[in-house]
Design a protein around this ligand. Sequence first.
Ligand SMILES: Nc1ncnc2c1ncn2[C@@H]1O[C@H](COP(=O)(O)OP(=O)(O)OP(=O)(O)O)[C@@H](O)[C@H]1O
Length: 608
Amino acid sequence: MARKQLNSGNAPGVELAKAKITRESLGNVARLLTYLKPYRGKFVAALFFLFLSSLVGLAFPSFIGALIDTAQGKHTNSYLPGTIQGILMLAFAVLALQAVVSYFRILWFVNVAERSLADIRRDTYFKLITLPMNFFSNRRVGELNSRISADLSQVQDTLTTTIAEMLRQLVLFVGGIVFMAIISKKLVFALLLVLPVMIVFAVLFGKFIKKISRQAQDKMAESNSIVEETLSGISNVKAFVNEAFEATRYKNTIREVADIAIKGAKYRGMFVSFIVLCVFGSVLGVIGYGCVLVSQHEITFGELLKFSLYAMFLGSSLGSFPELFANLQKAVGASERVLEILGEQGEPVSITEKDNAVKQKITGNLAFNHINFAYPSRPEVEVLNQVSFEAKAGQKIAIVGPSGSGKSTTAGLILQFYHPQSGEILFDGKPASAYSLTDIRNQIAIVPQDVMLFGGTILENIAYGKLTATKAEIIEAAKRANAHDFISAFPESYETVVGERGVKLSGGQRQRIAIARALLKNPSILILDEATSSLDSESERLVQEALEELMSGRTSIIIAHRLSTIREADRILVMEKGQVIESGTHQELMRSEQGLYRYLSGLQFEVQ
Ligand SMILES: Nc1ncnc2c1ncn2[C@@H]1O[C@H](COP(=O)(O)OP(=O)(O)OP(=O)(O)O)[C@@H](O)[C@H]1O
C-alpha cells in the first residue's frame, strides 16, 4: 500500500483533480522534472538504493523457504549456505544492509524532492508576481494560492513517495514473478491466467471512480470559494444581515459534496472488495494448486512457502497500484496547472533588487494622446475613448466624473498595468515603450483609496516605498506625512505591528502611512486616488496637509471624489463614459452653465 508521506507537503486533506495520463501530459511533467537536474546525482543514487532495497526485500522469501527446507534436511537452494546457522547469518547481514540502504534512500529522496520543489515554488511565485494585471482579473486569489500550496505539495508527494513506491512495487511485482517461475512454471501460469482479466476490470472501474471524485472536487472547490468570499467580505455579510443566505448557500453545496463523495465511496468500496476478493481469492486458489503439487512431490514444502510469500508480494503490489496511479494522475494534473503559470508571459520586470535602480530618469511630463482602451477580459466594451491630456512636470491634474467613467482605468494605464489598444502615453515626450517597465513604475507612486498595509510593523510598511531606506529616512518621511505623532503615541512606536494580528489603524492614519510610503519613494509622478469615505475634519486636515507636502514639486494626477479638494488644480478633466468631455481650471469650468462639472459641483454643494 502507498506509504505515508515523508515530506513537508500539505497535500493531505486537499483532494486534487486528477488528469489523464497521456504521452503529452507526461511530457509536460517531464518539463517539471528538469528541476531535478541540479540534484541528479543524489536522485540517481536514491533510485539505485531504492532498487537495491526492493531487490533485497525479494531475498527474504528465499531465506525463509531455504530455512524450512534445511530444517527438513533438504538443500534446495544452491546459492545459500546448507546450514540453518549459515542461512540465518546471511539473512541478518542482508537485513543490516537493507536498513542502511533504506535510510539513505529516504533521506536522499526527500532531500532532492524538497530542494527541487523549493526551486519550483520560488519560480512559480516569481512568475506569479510578475504576471500582468489582466491575469489576476480573470482568476481568484484562492485558486492561485492553491497552485503554490496544494498543487505543488502533490507534486512533492509524488516525487518523494509515489514514484519511489511505484518503483518498489514494480520491482517486487516483476521480481516476484521471476522467482516464482524459478520455483514452478505451472503455478505461475495458473496465477497469470487470472491476472490480466483482473487488471482490465480494475482499470475500467478506476476510470469510473475517477469521474465521480472529480465531481466531488469541483463541488468542494465551489464550497471553499463560498467560505473565502464570505469571510473576506464578512462586514458586507453582516451589514446586509445575509448570514442566513450564506449559511444556506454553504449548507447546500456542502451537502452535495457529501452526497457525491458517498456515491464515490460506494463504488470505491466495491472496487476494494473486488480487489480483495479476486486478488486474494486467486492467490488462495493458486496455493491450493501448489499443495497438490507438493503432495505429488513436484515441489518441496519450503518452496511452496516461498511461492506463497512471493504471491503475497504480488497481491499487495497489485493492490497498491490503483492508489499509486491515482496519486500520479493527481500529480500530473497539479503539474499541468503549475506549468500553466510557468508558461505564462510575465511582464518584463526584474526580480533582482540590484536591477531596480532607475536607469532613465523621468522629470514628470506626462501626456495621453488619443488613447483608446478596452480591458482584455472585456474587449467589446470601450472603457477609454480618445482620451488626451497633458500634465507638465509639477502640475496638478484632477480627474473627476461619475462612477465608472474611467478614472481608475486612466491611473492603471499610467502605471502600465494595461496597455492601450491605440494612442500613446508619453513620459517626458517619449513613448512609454522607450522606458523599461521598472523605470516607469519606480518613478510613479500611487496613494490608493484603500490603503493596503502588510501584516508587519509600521516601519516595514513605510519602508515598502523604498526598501533600502534607513530608519532616519523613514521617520523623516513619517514626519512630513503628519504620521510621526500618532505613531510615536503607540507604546511600541514604529515597531507596532499592524494588520490582521496587530493594531487596527483608522482610515486617516492608514492614508498618512501610505503618504509617508510615497514620500519615501520620491516619485516624479504621483497618482492620488482620493478616498471616497470622508474623514473627520481634524483627520482630513492632517491628511490634506500631508498630501500637499507630497504633491509639491511633482506631477500629480488626482482622482477626485470631493470637488472641494481640487479647486487649486492646474487643470481639471471631467470624464464621462470613457471620454474627457470638459477640461479647464475650476473657474473656467464653473463658467460653463450647462457643464457636467458645474452640475456635479452643485450636487456636492447641496449634499454638504
Ligand atoms: N479589470 C477590469 N476588467 C474589465 N472591466 C473593468 C475592469 N476594471 C474596470 N472595468 C470597467 O471599466 C469601466 C471604468 O471603470 P473605472 O474603475 O476606471 O471607473 P472609475 O471612473 O474609476 O469609477 P469609480 O469612481 O467608481 O472608481 C467600468 O465600466 C468598469 O466596469
